[in-house]
Design a protein around this ligand. Structure first.
Ligand SMILES: NC(=O)c1ccc[n+]([C@@H]2O[C@H](COP(=O)([O-])OP(=O)(O)OC[C@H]3O[C@@H](n4cnc5c(N)ncnc54)[C@H](OP(=O)(O)O)[C@@H]3O)[C@@H](O)[C@H]2O)c1
Length: 252
């Protein structure tokens, strides 16, 4: 069956779990060939096997995108092996919460290295290919979707550095959107609220305990994937610049 993303190629970072895995599967279901980037190869291989089993095309890219060269290689391999790049889903991220006073600096470094620098390395490497795809691609338009967070809109007590990184993603996205809009590369910002994934599980036990009382209703990763598919499947003259998505009961 013909689908909206037939003939296009998408690269998804953080495709080994959560929102990235769900988005990669959804893109493949829409006809895109997908490159799956993350560190856990076994997870990527399992996802790729599922996509191929449905008749799709998937490329496994085991990489750590906090390493500039590995991020650049992930983009280069996508183009070399799948032929082009129409869609970049900048999704890989880590959220390490808790008071700033006494926080391990290594946690702050991990968030800045992945949520900011890793995303920038991928964006930088992908941009020339996205611009080319917008010129000669099947849809004459290309997409970069940057996954931020509700924390990219409002800082809260206990999420300072995570919020800093996501505010940075928002600022970069808006600036880049203005820069490339006229060349038909759409830069979109997605800001999920609480979503049931592995994200919170990387926190220290004492932080996890305090988080348990904070989060009530959650969305599924598929709910965010659904929003991303909506964004990248708009007709050429429509750009969804920003999407803030919360579980219905989430107030802040
Ligand atoms: N879940 C939520 O409530 C929520 C809310 C707002 C925003 N978000 C954002 O959504 C995005 C996806 O998070 P998620 O909730 O789906 O969490 P997740 O299940 O923990 O997924 C994070 C992904 O990032 C990958 N990753 C981590 N370090 C990496 C590295 N150095 N290089 C390459 N990939 C790396 C992980 O794979 P490997 O470990 O295999 O490398 C994993 O695939 C993040 O940007 C997060 O901030 C999530």
């Amino acid at each position: 069956m013909e689908s909206g993303l037939d003939g296009t190629v998408a690269l998804v970072t953080g495709a080994s779990s959560g929102i990235g895995a769900a988005t990669a599967a959804a893109l493949a279901a829409q006809g895109a060939a997908v490159a799956l980037a993350a560190r856990r190869r076994d997870r990527l291989e399992a996802l790729a096997a599922g996509i191929r089993g449905q008749g799709g095309t998937a490329l496994v890219l085991e990489c750590d995108i906090t390493e500039e060269q590995q991020a650049a290689d992930a983009v280069a391999r996508t183009v070399a092996e799948l032929g082009r790049l129409d869609t970049l889903i900048n999704n890989a991220g880590v959220m390490l919460l808790g008071p700033a006073a006494g926080a391990p600096l290594s946690e702050w470094q991990r968030m800045v290295e992945l949520n900011v620098l890793g995303l920038l390395y991928c964006a930088h490497a992908a941009l020339p290919h996205l611009l080319r795809a917008a010129g000669d691609g099947p849809r004459q338009v290309a997409d970069m979707v940057n996954v931020s967070s509700v924390a990219g809109r409002a800082a809260r007590n206990g999420n300072g550095v995570y919020s800093l990184t996501k505010h940075g993603v928002g600022a970069f996205s808006e600036s880049l959107r203005q820069e490339v809009a006229g060349r038909y590369v759409r830069v979109s910002l997605v800001e999920p609220g609480a979503t049931a994934t592995e994200l919170a599980g990387h926190n220290r036990p004492e932080v996890l305990d305090s988080l348990r009382n904070q989060f009530g209703q959650t969305m599924g990763a598929e709910d965010i994937a659904d929003a991303i598919i909506y964004i990248v499947s708009r007709p050429r003259h429509v750009a969804v610049n920003e999407m803030l998505i919360r579980p219905t009961e989430q107030e802040r």
